[in-house]
Design a protein around this ligand. Sequence first.
Ligand code: FMN
Length: 335
Amino acid sequence: MNMQLLQLNRPIVLAPMAGGITTPELVAAVSEAGGLGSVGAAYLTPQQIRAAGAATRTLTARPFAVNLFAPQELPEVTAAQQAAAIAELAPLYAQLGLTPPTLPPQVQPDFAAQFEAVLDVHPAVFSFAFGRIERAQLDELKRRGILSIGTATSTEEAVILAADGVEAVVVQGGAAGGHRGGWVQDDFADTLELVQKTVQAIQIPVIAAGGLMTRKDVLAALKAGASLVQCGSAFLRASEAGTSAPYRKALAQAKLDDTVLTRNFSGRTARGLKNTVSEQLSQPLPYPYQNALTGPLRAEAARQGRAELISLWAGQGVWQGREGSAAEILEALCP
Ligand SMILES: Cc1cc2nc3c(=O)[nH]c(=O)nc-3n(C[C@H](O)[C@H](O)[C@H](O)COP(=O)(O)O)c2cc1C
């Protein structure tokens, strides 16, 4: 996996951002500008994945990635834990005029069906987070000429993914916005230190992610040994992004130290701007249950423009973010 193979002119990967942020327009704009756009498809149905892939293809003939979350073994959750999590959420649902949530029968997407849809889209790259995928799936990607990229939050995880046979690894430092992408050992590391340590431990390309918002950051990551740099927060305010209006407003107002790590939205640790949900809940269910419980709340809050109830994922560098077209943002990041 290298820039030549992907014909990239810019060493930048648009981070996949599930939840409608990485629209076909944003993905295509980054790929057209010479970077690698990524469709965050983790919350999409197979049909929506095929549609997103097709829409992106109409906008660019250049390579792009599609990203999913590796499926999780469902943890044990008692009735009492469920009741407590629902009771905590009920007043927030009420604020939006909604009745208390219930757990849907299916709490996570059907990964196998999503994966089939990705194969049909046949992107240049398939990236994944939250764990490992099956050997047979990695073999199938290879057979079809789709490059695979896993996500690690420590060198230990990167070594496991490399041994599994992925073509590159995203290493996610502790400053990163959104969910922690690992599964066994999260070092919440300094991004540059994690890159330096990981390039010495594995033979495949390392992609740096986490808090990289400026040209200086990108240069430093490349100097540390990264082959590419994956940026999420830097693109959240791009004109082509699907970021909702209240989310954009909160991002524009963000100051240094406004982000926190919280499990309250999904049950899985993620970094975002502090708000009512991150600060007031104390008994979230484990992922993916809490994610399922808060889904309708997040959707309705976005509709009603209530930033205090939306997951405002953002990395520690968010205060350095800017508005503009994706191409302008990409240019400003490039060495
Ligand atoms: C809003 C948002 C959504 C994200 N969704 C995903 C996702 O669906 N899949 C994934 O692999 N990473 C996801 N991430 C994490 C990014 O891949 C990346 O690690 C992170 O954005 C890097 O840190 P930065 O935001 O400081 O640039 C998300 C990040 C943000 C900010």
